[in-house]
Design a protein around this ligand. Structure first.
Ligand SMILES: Cc1cc2nc3c(=O)[nH]c(=O)nc-3n(C[C@H](O)[C@H](O)[C@H](O)COP(=O)(O)O)c2cc1C
Length: 206
């Protein structure tokens, strides 16, 4: 009974999030423009391993799997955003922590620094959707690193909200970047979704 109740609570939380989020479901290859790939490419991402909705207790986060596909297929370097904040907790607790930090516009510090961002012309930016946008620590990255003038390709993993407001939020952070249409994939699909990522990248000219 207790288990049933917590499953229902998780479902209600997720449905609430999906409704409050901008349910931009253009989850794959719509409106994409072929781009010239030139210069060096970087994948910046945040991903949370541990207990999550729909996939159970995972050792490697959903977004990291997509980031790894991108690096394998394009040769892009990687920078993983790691928050200097403890998110190691059960899913239902994390939902509340994330809700509060989104509400407060908190900017948790990052553990690592990205060196020499100037060497990159194209930057993939990816993360899970948390309460309708990227996790707040990604906004710490946006505050600290200037990607204006570069080509930015956003992507998300999610459980119903698609791109949510992530692309718009990247455009707001970097008004002078060339922000391409985003790519979204369900978190529970990523392990079998390599070909979807490949198709998206080929559509972009990689
Ligand atoms: C705190 C939290 C908030 C979430 N909020 C949303 C949401 O608003 N919309 C949605 O579709 N999925 C939401 N999800 C599901 C995640 O976006 C999805 O499981 C994602 O693939 C997780 O990626 P990761 O393993 O790389 O962290 C949320 C998950 C967590 C843990």
């Amino acid at each position: 009974m207790k288990r049933l109740k917590s499953c229902l609570a998780a479902l209600v939380a997720l449905l609430t999030m999906s409704c409050t989020a901008n349910a931009n479901q253009s989850s794959t290859n719509q409106n994409e423009t072929n781009m010239d790939k030139q210069g060096k490419t970087l994948v910046v991402f945040f991903s949370h391993a541990g207990e999550n909705y729909s996939v159970g207790n995972i050792k490697v986060g959903n977004t990291k799997i997509v980031a790894d596909y991108i690096s394998e297929m394009t040769g892009a370097d990687q920078f993983e955003i790691v928050a200097d904040k403890d998110y190691d907790m059960p899913y239902m607790q994390l939902i509340e922590v994330a809700k509060q930090e989104t509400h407060d516009g908190e900017l948790p510090p990052m553990v690592d620094k990205l060196e020499n961002v100037d060497q990159y012309d194209t930057v993939f930016i990816g993360g899970p959707v948390w309460w309708g946008t990227y996790p707040q620590v990604m906004f710490t990255f946006f505050r600290d690193y200037d990607l204006n003038g570069k080509t930015i390709i956003p992507f998300t993993t999610h459980e119903g909200s698609g791109l949510a407001s992530c692309v718009e939020d990247v455009k707001t952070a970097y008004p002078n970047a060339d922000v391409k249409p985003g790519f979204a994939i369900y978190g529970h699909d990523v392990r079998s979704g390599r070909s979807k990522v490949e198709k998206w990248l080929k559509g972009l000219g990689f």
